[in-house]
Design a protein around this ligand. Sequence first.
Ligand code: AMP
Ligand code: ZN
Length: 108
Amino acid sequence: MTMPDCIFCKIVNKELPSDIVYEDDNVIVIKDANPKAPVHFLIIPKKHILSVDHIELEDKALMGDLILTAKKIAKEKNLKGYRLLINVGREGGQVIDHIHLHLLSGNQ
Ligand code: AMP
Ligand code: ZN
């Protein structure tokens, strides 16, 4: 489930500090440390999956959870509109090799 040298696994395991917005059995939501919009959250599955390229059929429900969590947080935070973004691979802008959904709002 976890990878020893993965920053997001360490955040999930509370071995590294983060600003946690929401957490349940499968997902954690944190504030992005270097926000690219007035509201910038990262929705992270607790399971270590490297990227969208590494999703398996068994991860289908978990990927749905990420989007439902985004909707829940957006509602809680009263966001009028927002963007959801997943970077895939270095050439797709992915820097951290643990899949995550960016929730961005407030810069349109
Ligand atoms: P990506 O480029 O899609 O892999 O996004 C990685 C995101 O993680 C970037 O927006 C970073 O600002 C953010 N980030 C990196 N390290 C941390 C951290 N320790 N806590 C919170 N956000 C982080
Ligand atoms: Zn990880």
